[in-house]
Design a binder for this molecule. Sequence first.
Ligand SMILES: NC(=O)c1ccc[n+]([C@@H]2O[C@H](COP(=O)([O-])OP(=O)(O)OC[C@H]3O[C@@H](n4cnc5c(N)ncnc54)[C@H](O)[C@@H]3O)[C@@H](O)[C@H]2O)c1
Length: 392
Amino acid sequence: MKKAAVIGAGMMGHGIAQLFAMAGLDVVLVDVNEEILDKALKEINWSLGKLVEKGKLTDENAKKTFLRVKATTNLEDACKDVDFVVEAVPENLELKKQVFSRLDKASPNHTILATNTSSLSITEIANATQRPEKVVGMHFFNPPVLMPLVEVVKGEKTSDETVETTINLAKRLGKTPALVKKDVRGFIVNRILVSMFTDACHAVRRGEATMEMVDATIKYKAGLPMGAFELADYLGLDIVYSVSKVMEEAYGERAKVCPLLEQLVKEGKFGQKSGKGFYDWTVGRPRIPFKLAGKYDVERVYAVSINEAAWMVYEDVADPQNIDTAVKLGTAWAQGPCELADNLGIDNVLAKLKELYNKYGEEVYKSCPLLEEYVGKGWLGKKTKRGFYTYE
Ligand SMILES: NC(=O)c1ccc[n+]([C@@H]2O[C@H](COP(=O)([O-])OP(=O)(O)OC[C@H]3O[C@@H](n4cnc5c(N)ncnc54)[C@H](O)[C@@H]3O)[C@@H](O)[C@H]2O)c1
């Protein structure tokens, strides 16, 4: 593989193009106008300069890397001799289908076409081409240059060869790939985050806890870098809302969008970028008091996350290792949910879910049959040497 194209030079696209160039590949960046491309090239140059400052790249290497990036508004011209394409245009199915149909016609037969979509169906995008077996999800995290994870997602018709090439490419770009074996909404990381957020948001709506109590517990007890509400505000509530809607459609009541989120979006409160969201960012970053850690039940946070991970294993979407890798690298959580379950004891996790389900009757707490099965077989985790993993 020598040459790649990245379609869409926005927030994600320019970073992805930089990664290709840093890995020694020639890359063409495509967008709809010259101004956007100029800005993207400036950002790549700035980012390479930062890496030089930090001693991660020599000045000479940074210059050579920058020279490997070309930019054009002509998609057909850009793709005529590339081996791999990553699409990073806005999250709109019709637009992505149009782009893929053009990519299919413009690219050589051997070229793999990857989409960086966060929430759309890889299979539907692939069906806009005559080569669905060569279409794959390649989900980078923001910012792509710094975030170590890439979720590689198999569409219904994606071939094993395409998956393998994409996994190897992710490694060549310096990333750790996590394989998502089925084209499910939210892939791995967003499913776990949405389940945690769903529980948190409904708890606040029901008046069981304040946002600060939940966030302090998630941050200081569960050990995530940000609380659920803080993270949602940071990502943008409009984006969290549209991803949540897609998840609700896919998973029904289990991922029911919380009315609190809906209300804020209606009011145009999108979080950090608009100044207000769950928190008021006009007065600076939210201060989440340490003394509130534990005022919310941390075991709930664990239980819903583990339950969602169990659904993924049960439905053969991903294996425990890939789930744990994705969650650790994608959220900076010290333990993945499957490891966590084995450490806590799967019987304890199941008991917590049953307690919550009996109390609130909400689907997010309904335990996955896999957890019942494990407990039934006496696979309780480390203490019985068998759980999601096997121990010596
Ligand atoms: N932003 C994130 O945190 C993030 C993380 C992971 C994945 N994603 C996904 O990556 C994709 C891009 O997101 P983004 O945040 O970089 O969006 P963005 O809006 O910053 O960039 C999209 C770019 O695509 C360009 N574009 C639009 N139509 C085009 C066309 N026909 N041909 C070429 N370029 C075109 C736009 O001009 C824009 O520069 C989306 O699918 C999104 O879901 C985003």
